[in-house]
Design a protein around this ligand. Sequence first.
Ligand SMILES: [Ca+2]
Length: 419
Amino acid sequence: MLEAHVAQTCQYDYVKIYDGGNENANLVGTFCGSIVPASFLSTSNSLTVKFITDNSVQREGFNVTYTTVDRLCGGTYNATSTSLTAMSPNFPNEYPPFTLCTWVIDAPPQQQVKVVVETFHLHSSQDCSQNYLQLQDLPMHSQGSAHRFCGTETLPVPEFYSHDRTAIVTFKSDEYRINNGVRFTYQATGCSREYNQPFGYLKSPGWPGRHPNNMDCSIVLQAPLNHTISLFFHAFSLEDSIQCSHDFLEVRNGSNMQSPLLGRFCGNIVPSPIFPQNHVVFLRFKSDISRAHDGYEITWTSSSSGCGGTLYGSTGTFASPRYPATYWNNTDCEWVITVPKGRIVTVNFDFISIDDPGDCSSNYLILYSGPDTSYPQAGPYCGMDTNIAPFTATSHQVYVKFHAEYVTLPSGFRLSWTS
Ligand SMILES: [Ca+2]
């Protein structure tokens, strides 16, 4: 029993319980008076009890017992350079109803967490708000992101890199259906990394803040063998220097530092897109001891047809093949812009010049308000129009179709999206 002049505020003598290893964890409750609080189950393997008394009125105090129970799933884990595996309860077999697993994964300071989902399955009929996999940054980081995947997912879950040192993986399911479950690996990583997927985005370390000094990052983009990669710069700012000797981003056509150089960039001019005609691209970002700028934001995609592909990320840019040079005759490209679920895509026409007699029947661009051509369309667009209003979709996906039978004048387009 504790002193309780004002039971609600517990301002004199009280016990506080936090759901974690220190006082930064969620506060479960502040207790005083003589009512025994309800029992409580922590979400992880630690909790913190804090007992405070003032300088007067002594009572008997409190007596708390605790036991440990096996957690079905989730918890707090440290990521190391070795890849470790986590999975839903009893994977790949049945788990109990109303399963909620939250894995909080910490990398060492200055590193990030890489999460690779190996298996993920929920049924498409299951309610997306109650059945999902979510990969997210620690919520306190405003630049962080949350990517939610449900049973209706048409994409494989892309590799996830945390913005800072902590990643949170949540798996939620209201009931088990045959094959439901998730299995993923996690590991700590620095700024050097290899992406084995057909599309993605790249942001400089610390983006959109300044990148650290003395960075040297090697990044490999590895798309499927029969694909060719397109690399689109959305934003760019690095310290300018002669021959970009101070800070630079290099892009090479191949898998390593000896591959042919496609470009070495610094300064504040956003580079043109890069179409290396290869399924693997090597990037190196290097900064010296002083003068850091904001860095870069890049979208990349790939396809087996020479252009098009999935464009993934909350913002980005893409352009016609060979842009700012003119595309070829008989060009057909299809892109699907996909932003995190729950957001809405807006497409901006930054530049459009599509050579056509005027009816947009032979050469055109069409946007659809969903993942394929069955959704309502905007356009067709052609000609040289500098004043097209942005297109806002009704969901988190936009399908973009570009068709050009012939070209006689310099032509091309560049679009960007936000969400
Ligand atoms: Ca510098």
